[in-house]
Design a protein around this ligand. Structure first.
Ligand code: 1CP
Length: 354
C-alpha cells in the first residue's frame, strides 16, 4: 500500500502533543466514531461489529463519520482494543446489549498454553494497518489520524473476566495468587502491543493512545507492579524502534488519579485524565513537562446545551492555557444526543480563541 500521504491542513493536535504553543485548543472525543451516531447504527444493522473492524472500507467509512458532523481536530481509527486477544487466539463476540463476550475466558495459568505468542501482527492484524493507510488517504490531510491499543492489564482483565465486570475480582485474583504467571501474560501482551503499534505507525497513524481503562480498580501497589512497568516499556521500546519516525503518544489510565505523577515520567507526551479529578489538581500533580488530555464528565452531555457550554469553559479555565487536548474524561455514552456533543466541540474552539 502507498504510504506517501497528502500534506496536513490541520496538525494542531500533533503540535500540542509535542509541547508547542498553539493559538487554538485541539479537541477530539474518545469513542467519537460509533455507537451514539445514527449513521454508525445504519452500518451496524448490516454487519457484525468485528466484520466492520476487519473490512478496511467499512472501518474507514465509520472513522470519517464524526468528522462530517463535527469540527474535530483528529480522527481515531475504528477498531477495538479486543483485537489483540483475538490475535493471540481467543474468541470474542460482540453481543448486542451486553458488549464484548469471551466464550472461553482464561480460567487458570494452564490456559496460557492455549494462547499464540509471539504473534505475527502483519498476518493477524494486517486488516487494521490497511484500514489506517486507506483512512490516511481518504482524510486527505484534514486532521491527523490516531491509532490505539488496549494496555496489557486491561486486556488481561478482559481475557480472564470474559467481558465487563464491576469488580474484576477474577482477574485481580490472578495478580495475588499467580503473580508470576500474571507477569508472564502481561509481558507477552506488551510485546504484541509494541509490534502492533509499530505496524500502525508504519501504516500511517500519526499519534497513538494506549487505553488502560481498568487501572482504577487496582490499588497503588498493584498499579506500580502490574501496570506502570508495562506502560513504560510499550512507550520506550516503540520510540526506540521507530527512531526519527516516532510519533507522540498519549497514556489514558482511567481511575489512576493517585498515580498520575508516575504517569508523567514514563515517556508519554500526553497524559489523559478522567473527570474525577479537578484539572488544576491534575496539572499540579503532573507538572508542566507533558500535555494533558481531558476531562469533561461524559454525563455532562446529558445537560442543557447552555450548561454544557458553561461546564466546558470552566474545564478549560481550570486546565489553563496551553498544553491541553480537550476531550471527555472517558468515552462518549451510546445514548448521548450528537447535537450536545457539538456544543462541547464548538465551545472548545470558540472559547480557546477568545
Ligand atoms: C477506541 C475504540 C474502542 N472501541 C471502539 C473504538 C473506536 C471508536 C472510537 O473511539 O471512535 C469501538 C467500539 N467498541 C464497541 C462498540 C459498540 C459495538 C456495537 O456496535 O455493538 C464500538 C463502536 C464494543 C465495546 N468494546 C469494549 C466495550 C466496553 C465494554 C465494557 O464496558 O466492559 C464495548 C461496549 C471494550 C473497549 N473498547 C475500547 C475500550 C477503551 C476505551 C474505553 O475505556 O471506553 C474498551 C474498554 C476502545
Amino acid at each position: 500500500m502507498d504510504t506517501t500521504f497528502p500534506p496536513m491542513k490541520n496538525d494542531l493536535i500533533l503540535r500540542v502533543a509535542c509541547g508547542e504553543e498553539t493559538d487554538r485548543t485541539p479537541v477530539w472525543v474518545m469513542r467519537q466514531a460509533g455507537r451514539y451516531l445514527p449513521e454508525f447504527q445504519e452500518v451496524r444493522k448490516e454487519y457484525d461489529f468485528f466484520t466492520i473492524c476487519r473490512t478496511p472500507g467499512l472501518a474507514c467509512k465509520i472513522t470519517l463519520q464524526p468528522l462530517d458532523r463535527f469540527d474535530l481536530d483528529a480522527a481515531i481509527i475504528f477498531s477495538d482494543i479486543l483485537v489483540i486477544p483475538q490475535a493471540v487466539g481467543m474468541e470474542v463476540q460482540m453481543v448486542p446489549g451486553k458488549g464484548p463476550t469471551f466464550p472461553s475466558p482464561l480460567k487458570n495459568p494452564d490456559d496460557l498454553k492455549k494462547l499464540t505468542f509471539p504473534v505475527d501482527v502483519n498476518k493477524e492484524l494486517g486488516y487494521v494497518f490497511e484500514a489506517i493507510t486507506l483512512t490516511r488517504h481518504r482524510l486527505n490531510g484534514r486532521v491527523p489520524l490516531i491509532g490505539f491499543c488496549g494496555a496489557p492489564w486491561t486486556l488481561m482483565s478482559y481475557m480472564i473476566e470474559g467481558g465487563g465486570s464491576p469488580t474484576l475480582s477474577k482477574a485481580k485474583s490472578w495478580l495475588y495468587r499467580y503473580p508470576e504467571n500474571s507477569h508472564q501474560l502481561l509481558k507477552a501482551l506488551t510485546e504484541v502491543s509494541v509490534d502492533y503499534l509499530e505496524g500502525q505507525v508504519k501504516a500511517g497513524a500519526q499519534l497513538l493512545q494506549v487505553f488502560e481503562s481498568h487501572a482504577g480498580l487496582l490499588g497503588p501497589e498493584s498499579f506500580s507492579k502490574f501496570c506502570l512497568p508495562y506502560l513504560e516499556q510499550i512507550c520506550k521500546s516503540l520510540k526506540q524502534r521507530l527512531g526519527d519516525k516516532a510519533v507522540p503518544m498519549i497514556i489514558f489510565a482511567k481511575g489512576a488519579n493517585s498515580c498520575l505523577h508516575q504517569l508523567a515520567n514514563i515517556g508519554y507526551d500526553v497524559v489523559g485524565v478522567d473527570w474525577t479529578i479537578d484539572p488544576d489538581k491534575a496539572r499540579s500533580l503532573i507538572g508542566d513537562s507533558v500535555a494533558l488530555q481531558g476531562n469533561l464528565d461524559p454525563c455532562q452531555l446529558y445537560a442543557r446545551k447552555d450548561d454544557i457550554a458553561r461546564a466546558t469553559r470552566t474545564m478549560m479555565d481550570k486546565f489553563g492555557r496551553g498544553k491541553l487536548i480537550a476531550n471527555l474524561g472517558h468515552g462518549i455514552y451510546p445514548d448521548v444526543n450528537p447535537d450536545h456533543l457539538k456544543i462541547f466541540i464548538d465551545t472548545v474552539h470558540s472559547y480557546s480563541q477568545h
